[in-house]
Design a binder for this molecule. Structure first.
Ligand code: ATP
Ligand code: MG
Length: 585
């Protein structure tokens, strides 16, 4: 009933839990005092001794007890909040640090939506565990024993009967625990799966609308939501049934205790005020345990969420490298292979990219270019063979050092909602306006921004208020501001207008000789200026050399290039034909 791993997280929080239990115990004593006051007055009335100071005294005891109880109750709620706050903070910190430790390759082990739900809602679910369930667990044991000890002075038989019934409640909790655990684990899996597809559909909503597939996807999500609703209802039914059983035990126990007290009153072994007192407090024997039972179900939900949290926190970590100083920024790959599951997509690559080299990577779609880029940016770490930077194995280099050294620019780079300035500052938070204008000028987007609100121009969500070409040029400016030693451009000019493409190519060209550049492009004409080109075919290096050499070789590269030229010429011929036809008319 107590999760050891969750208990371990309680460091500072322990004192709040004990304070909470203590305060609840004081509340119980106040309650006893108040009930005793009532019992005295009621029995006094029955016995005809209603006059004198007794009612006034009883009233004062009652109100005094109630006032103290009120303040203790408030304080205990505060303690509940403080104990859960500590743990929630610790857990979120651990999740965040775990993600950071995984470095750029964090996505290899975890789905984004899942981590989002776990870190936010999963952790919140633990609030009941620490704030209510755990203190209640201790209090539920302390309260019946206290009541038993008090009742021993009034009616031993009733005290024993009441105490005997109490453990039946935790027994019923343990009985449903295993069943509940399985059900809740299923419930949480369905919940995170639903979150995953919801996030996916939300991101792709425009695409769904374009293909008029939103209706279909809506139906699919409805099915998922229905399955989740059924799982939720099952959980609720289980919880309600379990609470009903606990209620039955509690009220039956209280009834037996009261019956015993009435029999004892008849036999004259207990006073009238004692019997009324037992009548008033008999339910208190069971209430803490019953309350524990209902907290238990909500806490179980938190525990099921915590299983997910711990399984994430316990996923084996690849060791982060310790080297944080790189001098020579050449890259050397030796027998580099990589597979997605069983599918090998890079096969035994050996190549060297010299410092300040300008290297092109070509190959048909799916030949493994972006996968190679993701290995070089540490986003994929489970490769075979070695990659050396400055003759140091990439695995031994610290994530942060490598992130500072390499900048990756891909198609449709992400711009955050906020001003242009805020977006640029991600690359270098010490940059001043002058430096920012310099890179915007370099990336040929300064004039566009001057015509708007300069550095304070707002970028809407998904940069919807900028054209594709402008977005990419801002992204290039941001990359330039980082001023890293190695740049990887992965189809950085694809899908944008010719003019922007030309501007970006010129910007990249200006980096030649100053930075190490890896330039991935399907448009082979863009690779003409590179020092040499690696041509990938089915994950292997089919050939390498300069643009001119490769054309001479008449291999894969030459045939791809000739196809592209033929396609461009076909476009031109089609245009010429249209023009001729128009002039004929
Ligand atoms: N996350 C992934 N999981 C499984 N397979 C993947 C994953 N990413 C890529 N692949 C597969 O690996 C192969 C290489 O993909 P990659 O993205 O590296 O190709 P590419 O050369 O960059 O293609 P393109 O020119 O279209 O961008 C492809 O067959 C692709 O389907
Ligand atoms: Mg690619």
């Amino acid at each position: 009933m107590i999760d050891k791993r969750l208990m371990k997280l309680l460091k500072e929080g322990k004192k709040y839990i004990f304070a909470n239990v203590f305060l609840q115990w004081i509340c119980l004593l106040c309650n006893l005092l108040a009930m005793y006051g009532i019992a005295m007055v009621l029995s006094g009335l029955k016995l005809g001794i209603s006059g004198g100071y007794l009612p006034l005294f009883a009233f004062m005891v009652f109100s005094g007890a109630m006032v103290i109880r009120y303040f203790c109750m408030r304080l205990s709620h505060k303690m509940a909040f403080l104990s859960s706050r500590e743990v929630k903070k610790t857990l979120r910190k651990q999740i965040y640090e775990k993600l950071l430790r995984q470095g750029p390759g964090y996505a290899e082990n975890v789905k984004q939506a899942e981590i989002l739900q776990t870190a936010i809602e999963g952790v919140d679910q633990l609030e009941v565990y620490y704030g209510s369930y755990l203190p209640q667990f201790f209090y539920a044991m302390l309260a019946p024993v206290t009541l038993f000890l008090v009742l021993l002075f009034i009616d031993v038989k009733a005290a024993i009967i009441l105490l005997v019934f109490v453990p039946l409640i935790p027994v019923s909790i343990i009985f449903v625990q295993r069943w509940a655990k399985k059900m809740l684990s299923k419930y949480w899996n369905q919940y995170t799966d639903m979150g995953d597809s919801f996030l996916d559909n939300l991101r792709g909503l425009t695409t769904l609308k374009v293909y008029e597939a939103d209706e279909r996807q809506n139906l699919r999500m409805n099915e998922q939501a229905e399955a989740f609703r059924i799982a939720t209802m099952r959980v609720l039914i289980m919880q309600l049934n379990s609470i009903s059983i606990m209620d039955l035990v509690a009220y039956a126990g209280a009834a037996f205790g009261i019956i015993a007290a009435i029999i004892d009153l008849k036999n004259g072994t207990v006073s009238l005020s004692g019997c009324i007192f037992i009548l008033l407090i008999s339910v208190d024997f069971f209430l803490p345990m019953r309350q524990l039972g209902s907290y238990f179900h909500t806490a179980m939900n938190g525990m099921a969420a915590s299983d997910k949290i711990f399984s994430f926190l316990e996923t084996p970590e690849k060791k982060n490298g310790t080297i944080s100083q790189l001098h020579h920024k050449s890259i050397h790959a030796d027998h580099l292979s990589f597979s997605y599951g069983d599918r090998k997509v890079l096969d035994d690559l050996c190549f060297t990219i010299p410092e300040h080299g300008f290297v092109g990577i070509a190959g048909v779609s799916g030949s493994g270019k972006s996968t190679l880029a993701s290995i070089l940016t540490m986003r994929h770490t489970a490769y075979e063979g070695t990659v050396l930077a400055d003759d140091i194995d990439l695995r031994n280099i610290h994530h942060d050092t490598w992130s500072e050294t390499v900048t990756y620019v891909q198609t449709g780079s992400y711009l955050f909602k906020g001003t242009v300035k805020e977006n640029l500052l991600y690359a270098d938070d010490t940059a001043d306006d002058e430096k920012m204008w310099e890179v915007l000028e370099e990336a040929a987007v300064a004039d566009d921004l001057r015509a708007r609100e300069g550095l304070n121009t707002m970028i809407e969500e998904q940069a919807s208020n900028f054209s594709m070409g402008q977005r990419q040029r801002i992204a290039i400016a941001r990359a330039l501001l980082k001023d890293s030693d190695i740049y990887i451009f992965d189809e950085a000019t694809s899908g944008i207008d010719m003019e922007s493409e030309q501007m970006i190519l010129e910007t990249i060209g200006r980096l030649k000789g100053k930075k190490t550049i890896i330039f991935i492009s399907h448009r082979l004409a863009n690779l003409k200026k590179t020092d040499f080109i690696l041509v990938l075919e089915n994950g292997r290096i089919a050939e390498q050399g300069t643009h001119a050499d490769l054309l001479k070789n008449n291999g894969v590269y030459a045939s791809m290039y000739n196809q592209q030229i033929a396609l461009e010429n076909y476009g031109k011929e089609a245009d010429d034909e249209t023009l001729t036809n128009e002039s004929d008319v």
